[in-house]
Design a binder for this molecule. Structure first.
Ligand code: PMP
Length: 444
């Protein structure tokens, strides 16, 4: 009998006992190839000796000091590292304990910015359907995952949701990618105007969508058009790169590939690579300056801000990634990985779409490829794939996103950046075997 409040209350998962490189072992000695880095977390793989050494050294020096009394050398170093590599104009880093905290902090920073500059009437967020920004109430309010929101909808702050950039399902027949991107930006503009242009705080979006519809890569020009709409109405752009950031898509920040710079950007998972819980908000100078010249403080805070152990882990992870040129490797090998997935799954009767960048790929499963009909949710195809893949020693990240207002089935792949081409081949092969076994049984 377990006393841990597990998410699934009627089943207890296997006990993870140890990990190394690309693998996690359970207490019964079974070995799992980590094709999803947990939930796109383990950027550097498991038990990297240099990260462990940096964490031990930090523990010997300073494990914890509250940020209302002190800063720490390691938090300052991490912030320097992050700002040196940040998009133009980013001047400060707010260090928190994870993705949802980063999103909450960014939402409050954006709101306080407008209070400071004399626009307190701005109270509304606009975000997207089929998005995920975290499970705390503010993050859930901007999130557009209908299933996750449903029980809590009556207690969420109001937010408007516009269409995601989801070409497989929503780009019209014969419509160019360029036109599709502009149409979405026009929809955002209409939503801002409908709300009252001077009442909107920010537009919040994942640069590359993650945990709701299985990796949604934006069409070229979409984010540039979105940035222009935000600028036209003085609305801030908050890009959530908690999942897609820190090298995952083949550039340090996913927004670099879109040619846009957000006002606030959230990062988390790959930042600390799972060695410690950590997230951050990167903020544009104008936002920090408005607070600094105005009230002089950010009216927010958590006990574990800038935790030295978390900062030491993240700093070591980022230094190794930079030194070893792993982001360039993700970019190059990511192309090969996409080709491997296309080869293994591209013609499969129940694979509707394969999309992604770098080491961030989503596979959308369908009952009928010709008309893109999802499987009946009661078949729980995504849950069965997770189980079947584990029985083959593979950790992938399947989930039920919302397709046409109901659950669909997606598999997310996000291997550590140290994956070799042989690892990537193995991932594609084992996943193809699982998808084949589960979907052929479901289609019967
Ligand atoms: N934003 C995005 C884009 C995410 O993918 C996630 C986690 N899947 C979060 C926020 C929330 O992060 P956390 O689970 O660390 O709170």
């Amino acid at each position: 009998m377990t006393h841990v409040f597990h998410r699934h209350l009627r089943q207890t998962p296997p006990v993870a006992a140890s990990s190394q490189g690309m693998f996690i072992r359970d207490a019964e000695g079974r070995e799992y190839l980590d094709a999803s880095g947990g939930a796109a977390v383990s950027s550097l793989g498991h038990a990297h000796p240099e990260v462990l050494a940096a964490m031990h050294a930090q523990l010997d020096k300073l494990a914890y000091a509250h940020t209302s009394f002190f800063t720490s050398e390691v938090a300052e170093q991490l912030a320097d590292e992050l700002i040196t590599s940040a998009p133009e104009g980013m001047s400060h880093v707010y260090l928190v304990s994870g993705g949802s905290e980063a999103v909450e902090s960014a939402l409050k920073m954006a709101r306080q910015y407008f209070v400071e500059i004399g626009q307190p009437q701005r109270t509304h967020f606009i975000a997207r359907r089929q998005s995920y920004h975290g499970n705390t109430l503010g993050a859930l309010a901007v999130g557009g995952n209908a299933w996750r929101r449903e029980p809590f909808a009556p207690i969420l702050v109001p937010a408007t949701h516009v269409s995601p950039c989801y070409p497989y399902r929503e780009q019209r027949e014969g419509e160019s990618a360029e036109h599709y991107g502009l149409r979405l930006a026009a929809e955002l503009e209409a939503a801002i105007v409908a709300q009252g242009a001077d009442r909107v705080i920010a537009f919040v979006a994942e640069t590359v969508g993650g945990a709701t519809a299985g990796v949604l890569t934006p069409v070229p020009g979409y984010f540039k058009a979105v940035r222009a709409v935000c600028d036209k109405y003085g609305v801030l752009l908050i890009l959530d790169e908690v999942m897609c950031g820190m090298g995952r898509t083949g550039s340090l920040h996913a927004c670099e590939q879109e040619g846009v710079v957000p006002d606030l950007m959230t990062i988390a998972k790959g930042l600390g690579g799972g060695y410690q819980p950590i997230g951050a908000v990167l903020a544009q100078r104008k936002i920090v300056e408005a607070m600094s010249k105005g009230s002089g403080f950010f009216q927010h805070g958590h006990t574990y801000l800038g935790h030295p152990m978390a900062c030491a882990a993240a700093l070591a992870v980022q230094q190794v990634i930079r030194r070893d040129g792993l982001v360039a490797r993700v970019r190059e090998d990511g192309v090969a990985f996409g080709a491997m997935l296309a080869e293994a799954l591209g013609k499969h009767a129940h694979v509707g779409d394969i999309r992604g960048r770098g080491f961030f790929w989503g596979i959308e499963l369908v009952a009928d490829r010709a008309n893109k009909t999802p499987f009946d949710p009661s078949l729980k195809v995504n849950a069965l794939i997770k189980k079947d893949a584990m029985s083959r020693g593979l950790l992938c990240y399947p989930f039920g996103g919302t397709v046409d207002g109901r659950q669909g089935d997606h598999v997310l792949l996000a291997p550590p950046f140290i994956a070799t081409r042989q690892d990537l081949q193995e991932i594609a092969a084992r996943l193809a075997a699982s998808i084949d076994a589960v979907t052929s049984a479901a289609a019967r």
